[in-house]
Design a protein around this ligand. Structure first.
Ligand code: CO8
Length: 375
């Protein structure tokens, strides 16, 4: 069995941002229009008015201050309220593949690797823009990588599950090095007209190069100590949009269940203990103590959740920098969140330093990756 290194990471961040103030102004304009349009029904008590959103609530409930998006204009237009991304022909690069290439280029450079060194591509994300051919195969072709490629989806845990899948293949010898990408276009499967969730998500893409540790040369690389994945079925985060939609009566209608929806409070309460148990159990199985950890790179959904998980795992309030958050700038970017945190806040660690990359979300699903900075 080969040991496995994470030799490089890359983040592609879209250029456009939406601040909470801009988001709330657009939402409230939409709400005013809806309420004016349906004034009679609201007056007769036949319809509930659309309530206003509030910047103060968003920051307090989530810690999110801004998000990056692929299309700000459509998303903030009260007549549209979703991103408008022009359709591309089958001969053009898909949007997810384009994002993946940008993140992958950075990760390859950091790892000191070229396409010739890579034997496989995994595209791990919470939604894929088409059923097939796999986005990963398109990325493989665009980069000129030999070998094989496939897509996978475990929602917010796609990246940590992707790391485990890649690490297992490298350990067993079926690949020397693997590119794992996480293009997350969350804005296109979010209901921007729903006050309860319109502030939660943003767009981004992350990339990770994993390779045999004995072949790795990149400065600042990490070795994977071990990985642990867990799933437990729950309907509390759900999106029913799938290909069977067209077989159902009324499929053309605007159905709320065809976009992201969640019972946010239940998710918060139920997922936090699952994650704490996962990390503590994983550490114990490796004969490690929470005190051995120098960093936690957690999934970026909610600041309150991360504060609670960090405090319960470490047994004390984490010091500044021990558990870096990026969600204030990026919002929840599904599977990419913990990888953005890892990519941006890991260079300063000394050789031998231990940390945990941990994601959690729909499924429920949770993944824990214990890493050690290489000498
Ligand atoms: N402005 C003002 N008030 C609001 C707003 C708003 N924008 N939104 C809600 N309120 C109101 C509610 O209506 C409610 O009012 P009332 O008390 O009168 O009923 C009150 O504020 C409190 O609402 P909540 O109880 O919902 O508020 P919480 O304190 O629970 O915070 C959160 C809501 C932030 C959603 C919180 O519950 C949370 O973060 N939960 C965890 C969520 C989580 O981690 N989910 C993971 C999802 S990600 C995932 O798995 C990947 C899915 C795939 C990607 C999808 C991409 C789109």
């Amino acid at each position: 069995m080969h040991a496995v290194s994470i030799s490089g990471t890359g983040v592609f961040t879209p250029e456009q941002t939406i601040s909470n103030a801009e988001l709330v102004a657009a939402f409230n304009a939409y709400a005013d229009r809806q309420n004016a349009l349906h004034a009679d029904e609201i007056e007769r008590g036949e319809r509930e008015p659309v309530p206003q959103s509030d910047e103060g609530f968003i920051v307090k409930a989530s810690g999110i201050e801004s998000r990056y998006v692929l299309d700000k204009k459509g998303t903030l237009d009260p007549e549209i309220m979703h991103p408008v991304l022009p359709e591309r022909s089958d001969d053009e690069l898909s949007v997810m593949a384009e994002m993946a290439l940008k993140a992958a280029t950075v990760a390859l450079e950091k790892s000191g690797r070229t396409a010739a060194d890579i034997d496989a591509v995994i595209c791990a994300a919470s939604n894929h823009e088409r059923a097939y051919p796999a986005i990963a195969i398109e990325v493989q072709q665009a980069l000129g990588i030999n070998g094989f490629a496939f897509d996978m989806n475990i929602a917010c845990s796609s990246a940590t599950f992707g790391i485990q899948a890649a690490a297992d293949m490298i350990r067993s010898g079926s690949a020397r090095a693997i590119l794992m990408v996480n293009p997350e276009i969350c804005s296109a499967h979010l209901e921007w007209r729903d006050r309860d969730c319109h502030f939660i998500f943003g767009d981004v893409c992350t990339a990770v190069i994993l390779e045999r540790a004995d072949l790795a040369t990149a400065p600042g690389r990490f070795e994977i100590v071990s990985t642990r994945c867990l799933t437990q079925f729950s309907n509390n985060i759900r999106n029913n949009n799938g290909f069977l939609r067209r077989t159902r009566e009324g499929h053309m209608q605007d159905r709320r269940d065809m976009l992201f929806r969640q019972e946010g409070r239940k998710v918060f309460k139920q997922v936090v203990p699952i994650v704490i148990d996962l990390i503590l159990g994983h550490l114990a199985d490796e004969d490690l103590k929470p005190g051995d950890l120098e960093r936690l790179w957690l999934h970026q959904a909610n600041k309150g959740m991360n504060d609670m998980i960090g405090a319960r795992v470490l047994g004390r309030t984490p010091e500044k920098g021990e558990q870096p958050n990026i969600l204030q700038d990026y919002a929840n970017t599904s599977s990419a969140g913990s990888i953005i945190a890892f990519s941006k806040y890991s260079d300063d660690l000394e050789p031998g330093a231990l940390g945990v990359i941990c994601s959690f979300g729909a499924g429920y699903s949770a993944g824990s990756v214990i890493v050690r900075k290489a000498a």
